[in-house]
Ligand binder design. Structure first.
Ligand code: GLU
Length: 293
């Protein structure tokens, strides 16, 4: 069966200024869509209203344009609440009022320590109904599945047993905000996204997202997790970590071709001091051709 034409996306959270690490992911997502002659979407993941900064939408658009990255359609998650509500109604959930502290205490009381880096919700409200009166989150009663997601770039596979490794996770917070995992799955399907290029920090999120796709009868896209950019100390660049915002470079008159060249070199690509976005297309194609999957 032939693959459908590629639809890719870049999905920033408009919670602050884009830094070079976000810019590299944006560049790679664009290269992937365009190298395949596919559609490319820009999706603002702006459900967490408390963290959204109104100015970040325009600055992100300007940063992307400045980098020479275009997109065919734009959407905002905050305009699609009814989609998430409809998806949520199709899943088996239960209300939960446990606080983070209560969850950690319950884990300590039970036999095991938190598995891996994440505290696995022990299912307190699954068996003991949440007291009414407190605002309740909705947790998904996760199926007894092991879900493995291959990464098309690294050839690695992320496998998780939902009950043991993840636990019943939150699909809607107590304050009514829909969870990222639910929204991303619903939107990728609604927009016909075939290929997801995103940071490697989200590889561990993919099994629960694929589980949601299966439970909702939605297609699973191809996943390509790109390495996160680190600073000279090898620490991950993060919005809060003082990484140089792209808008500062832009406003200070830096040449975008030099920034693209720096991003390309950070991936080990050999490029001249200034490079256009389309000149990088063959380098991405080369990377894909060498990928094990
Ligand atoms: N909004 C997420 C972020 O900014 C990306 C989500 C995704 O690509 O699936 O990290």
């Amino acid at each position: 069966m032939s693959r459908p034409p590629v639809t890719g996306r870049f999905a920033p959270s408009p919670t602050g200024a884009m830094h070079l690490g976000n810019a590299r992911t944006a560049l790679l997502a664009w290269l992937h869509s365009r190298a395949a002659g596919g559609r490319h979407l820009l999706r603002f993941e702006d459900l967490d209203v408390g963290r959204v900064r109104a100015w970040a939408y325009d600055e992100t658009r300007r940063d992307l344009e400045w980098l020479g990255l275009d997109w065919d359609e734009e959407e905002c998650q905050s305009l699609h609440l009814e989609r998430y509500e409809a998806a949520l109604a199709r899943l088996s959930t239960y209300p939960c009022t446990c606080t983070r502290r209560e969850i950690l205490a319950a884990i300590e009381d039970s036999a095991g320590a938190p598995h891996g880096d994440e505290a696995v919700y022990p299912g307190t409200c699954r068996v003991r109904p949440a007291p009414s009166g407190r605002p309740a989150a909705l947790r998904w009663r996760v199926p007894d599945w092991t879900v493995c997601v291959p990464d098309a770039l690294s050839g690695q596979e992320a496998c998780q047993h939902l009950r043991r490794d993840v636990g019943d996770f939150v699909l809607r917070r107590g304050d009514g905000v829909y969870a990222y995992h639910l929204a991303v799955v619903v939107d990728d399907a609604a927009s016909g996204v075939t290929d997801v290029v995103r940071g490697a920090d989200l590889l561990a999120a993919s099994p629960r997202q694929v589980a949601l796709q299966r439970a909702l009868g939605l297609p699973t896209p191809r996943y390509l997790h790109v390495p996160l950019m680190t600073d000279f100390r090898g620490e991950r660049l993060a919005k809060r970590g003082g990484a140089p915002p792209l808008m500062t470079l832009r406003q200070e008159g830096e040449a975008p071709g030099r920034v693209r060249a720096a991003l390309a070199r950070s991936l080990g690509w050999t490029v001249p001091d200034e490079v256009s976005a389309s000149e990088l297309l063959p380098l991405w194609q080369g990377l894909l051709a060498a990928a094990p999957a």
